[in-house]
Design a protein around this ligand. Structure first.
Ligand code: HEM
Length: 370
């Protein structure tokens, strides 16, 4: 990962990680994420137009993964970097192709990663494989795009005295990162925030297709609370919050089909986990997909898709969102991991998730292909 992400937040360790995280957290505060809503919510309306054309051409059959991927890339491009990749309009443009080369794991890449468990990276990356050459070229090309955008942002600030609302502009303003490290952070956002979002969206559509009654209820709740996605009115986080069932569907999808199935840790010193001694150097696998459906934490229906576990009815008979989904512990949900290495993009990811589902449900009805 270091080859692609340099020394970005995801791969940095110990004090270096602490300093980077402290700096970047200010780019992901609730206020900052709320400021990104207009950028994020513009994208579903663009996808709707293109998806409607695609549906006409393909007799109503939709390749959801393809569209979710294009949406996720354009959102992270605009919100992360302030650059429109135009994947929604044209999935074959040069920049999109380059991004796919670097961030989509191909079969050859998977084999190389696997071999890297036994063989050193310098040897593998120097093998005369077409993949190695193309991968390094593509990685260089994206880094150059990031560098250009950094220059543009600074020049724009020098002229106009204002920064953009995108994550890169915020990171530049923080003033703690060298240009090289800013590029590493942007590469990290692109890598961490693309396939994860894409996969979650696909599962959400799959689950909604299997539960038409939920689509029906949401199709009433959403228009009552959120301005139409195709209108000029800006959608805010407050609009989305007024539909607790939408949040519940997103959270329940992320609980059952969280895209990061496991993470790894290594004990940095001798320690204890509850009463068990853990020697230094021991490697752990933390499996979110097991914890997220653990019956002792979530109850006997832990494996079932039930968005209503995230809701409780108040005295006026309205739904209120429950942040822990009725689980016995806040650590029962490990989709975004927890603690100081937990996902920094969690709030942002949930916002783009809710915006797309809200937009698509307002326009289309989904069922599984027969
Ligand atoms: C559904 C979407 C997402 C899921 C499920 C997810 C999940 C995760 C998980 C499980 C980790 C911890 C990885 C580990 O411990 O090894 C993580 C870390 C991280 N994520 Fe996300 N993520 C999502 C979206 C995003 C987005 C949109 C961004 C950026 C805008 C992002 C940026 C990061 C970063 C920078 C880290 C490293 C944090 C650190 O080490 O301190 N993620 N994510």
């Amino acid at each position: 990962m270091r080859v692609i992400l340099g020394n970005g937040l995801w791969v940095s360790e110990r004090d270096d990680h602490k300093v980077q995280k402290k700096g970047l957290l200010s780019a992901f505060t609730r206020q900052r994420v709320n400021a990104l809503y207009p950028i994020v919510c513009k994208r579903p309306s663009e996808t709707i137009q293109e998806v409607a054309i695609a549906l006409n051409q393909h007799k109503g059959i939709l390749d959801t993964a393809n569209w979710a991927s294009r949406y996720a890339l354009d959102v992270i491009g605009s919100a992360g970097l302030g650059k429109d990749f135009m994947a929604i309009q044209d999935e074959n443009n040069a920049l999109v192709k380059v991004c796919k080369k670097v961030f989509k794991v191909s079969k050859q890449q998977r084999t190389i990663f696997l071999l890297n468990t036994f063989l050193p990276w310098w040897l593998l990356s120097n093998l005369p494989l077409s993949h190695n050459h193309e991968f390094l070229q593509a990685s260089k090309a994206i880094r150059q795009v990031c560098q250009d955008v950094i220059h543009q942002r600074r020049a724009q600030y020098a002229c106009e005295g204002v920064w953009g609302t995108d994550l890169l502009s915020t990171a530049i303003q923080i003033g703690r990162f060298s240009d090289e490290n800013l590029i590493d952070q942007v590469m990290t956002f692109l890598a961490a925030g693309h396939e994860t979002t894409e996969s979650s969206l696909v599962w959400a559509i799959y689950l909604l297709a299997k539960h038409p009654e939920l689509q029906k209820t949401l199709r009433v709740d959403i228009p009552e609370n959120v301005p139409p996605i195709e209108s000029d009115a800006e959608i805010t986080s407050d609009d989305i919050k007024r539909v607790p069932l939408l949040h519940a569907v997103c959270n329940e999808t992320l609980r059952i089909f969280g895209p990061v199935r496991l993470t790894m840790r290594e004990a940095a010193c001798d320690t204890y986990l509850q009463d068990s001694a853990v020697p230094c150097g021991i490697k752990f696998m933390i499996s979110s997909c097991a914890t997220n459906i653990d019956e002792t934490l979530w109850g006997p229906d832990a494996s079932e898709f039930n968005p209503y576990r995230w809701l409780s009815e108040n005295e006026e008979g309205n739904w209120v969102f429950l942040h822990e989904g009725g689980a016995t512990s806040k650590y029962a949900m490990l989709t975004f991991s927890q603690g100081h290495r937990g996902c920094i993009g969690q709030g942002f990811a949930k916002a783009e998730f809710a915006c797309l589902i809200s937009g698509w449900l307002g326009r289309f009805s989904f069922q599984l292909e027969a």
